[in-house]
Design a protein around this ligand. Structure first.
Ligand SMILES: Nc1nc2c(ncn2[C@@H]2O[C@H](COP(=O)(O)OP(=O)(O)OP(=O)(O)O)[C@@H](O)[C@H]2O)c(=O)[nH]1
Ligand SMILES: [Mg+2]
Length: 394
């Protein structure tokens, strides 16, 4: 197999951004860059003059110029020369441009790699242990500021401190204590996950109860069709919304009605999709029309539920019952009770008062190790040291 002399990866992250970052790394990286990068000359007059500029990129420099292919400019870029073997190319974020630049670098002999490996190696070289490297990597993808604070806190405190202290005292600590701590870490990690990654909230309930009106209220614009006709929403519609420390995707679904499931193929499919969405969410907002007689309080099962009694503006003469932890009265149409509903959601998901210093696991590797320590009832110095991983400078 030929020796790999240069690799290229896009390190911008999951979302399209105004600026994209492309890492070019390896023994041949400089050679390849010299072939495709033309440094900008502020006083150039013609494209021919521009093509003739070929100053060599050197370590420590930040260069402004152009990525070219066979004399044609692809994009204006800034190149950070991090070392003789590593160059960061910052280009415009249009994915088509990114794809073309990566294609040119590949055509010159570099091999496309996945960014996660590159970023992890980078974090690893600058970290005291594996938890720190994983936290630095996870911070780059966190959905909320509080999520980044939780991850940062795991580096010198949180999970690292817990693992180091437990390891240091392994022979004097009661194993049932370690077991209890592991269980708590796993429970708290589920809440931390919601803050770090964001949550998926399904708006469900009977037809015509005001689900789409509520989604539009949360979006602050008309995203879903609202009408007085029962069964308006068939396909689901989603919006992303920031609610204090919580980043949530709200999904408006077809009204739940078992009698519709057999009506025709479209109704059947709509009911099936709603059921699938309910299975794969973090919380259900179960919206019901407060003016209707029979209101459910016990569906759907298996997920945290907040019961939303909508259209309370129609009950202006009647004293509303008090809202409580799981039951809120709102008017999606008039915007009444929405902040209380948001706080109820945060409380139900446990994210409101979450202490960022709580030890939590935030990768599958960590979760497996802590689950194994729990299963072994605490007797594993080896697993604790695996959890910390390599330990530079300790
Ligand atoms: N008075 C009042 N009417 C509301 C409120 N919310 C929704 N409505 C009305 O109720 C009707 C149904 O609203 P939608 O938002 O389409 O209800 P839905 O639950 O999405 O209905 P389906 O998609 O059919 O399941 C519309 O006429 C809305 O204007 C509210 O808070 N107060
Ligand atoms: Mg609807």
């Amino acid at each position: 197999m030929a020796k790999e002399l240069a690799s290229v990866c896009v390190v911008t992250g999951r979302q399209t951004a105004a600026i994209a970052g492309i890492a070019l790394q390896g023994e041949n990286a400089q050679l390849i860059l010299e072939q495709v990068f033309k440094k900008n000359r502020p006083n150039y007059r013609t494209r021919q003059e521009l093509e003739r500029c070929s100053e060599k990129p050197g370590a420590g420099q930040i260069l402004h110029g152009f990525i070219t292919d066979q004399g044609r400019v692809i994009d204006e870029v800034v190149v950070g020369c991090e070392g003789p073997d590593l160059f960061m190319i910052f280009c415009h974020g249009n994915p088509l441009l990114v794809e073309r630049i990566v294609g040119v670098l590949q055509s010159r002999g570099s091999v496309l790699k996945d960014a996660e490996t590159f970023l992890f190696e980078r974090c690893r070289n600058q970290s005291a242990n594996l938890i720190e490297a994983e936290a630095k990597l996870a911070i780059q993808a966190s959905a909320t500021v509080k999520g980044t604070l939780i991850l940062q806190a795991q580096i010198n405190g949180g999970l690292t401190r817990w693992a180091a202290q437990t390891l240091g005292a392994i022979h004097s600590v009661d194993s049932s204590d370690i077991c209890r701590q592991c269980r708590r870490i796993l429970e708290q990690s589920e809440i931390a996950r919601r803050i770090i990654n964001g949550v998926r909230i399904v708006i469900a309930g009977p037809p015509n109860s005001g689900k789409s009106t509520l989604l539009n209220r949360l979006a602050g614009r008309q995203e879903a069709i609202v009408s007085e006709m029962s069964g308006t929403t068939r396909d689901w519609v989603s919006i992303a919304c920031r609610m204090g420390p919580l980043y949530a995707e709200f999904i408006d679904t077809a009204g739940l009605d078992e009698t519709l499931a057999d009506k025709d193929a479209v109704e059947k499919r709509a009911q099936q999709i709603t059921s699938q969405l309910l299975e794969n969410c973090d919380l259900v907002l179960y919206v019901q029309d407060v003016t209707k007689d029979h209101m459910d309080t016990d569906r759907p099962a298996g997920k945290p539920v907040v019961y939303v009694y909508n259209k309370c503006d129609l009950l202006s003469d009647v004293k509303l019952p008090d809202s409580n932890m799981k039951r809120v009265f709102v008017s999606a149409k008039e915007g009444i009770g929405i902040e209380l509903m948001a706080e109820t959601i945060r409380q139900t998901l446990g994210v409101s008062d979450f202490d960022v210093n709580t030890p939590v696991v935030f990768t599958e590797r960590q979760r497996k190790i802590v689950s194994n320590i729990f299963a072994l009832e605490g007797h594993s110095a080896k697993l604790l040291s695996d959890l910390l991983g390599f330990q530079h400078g300790l």
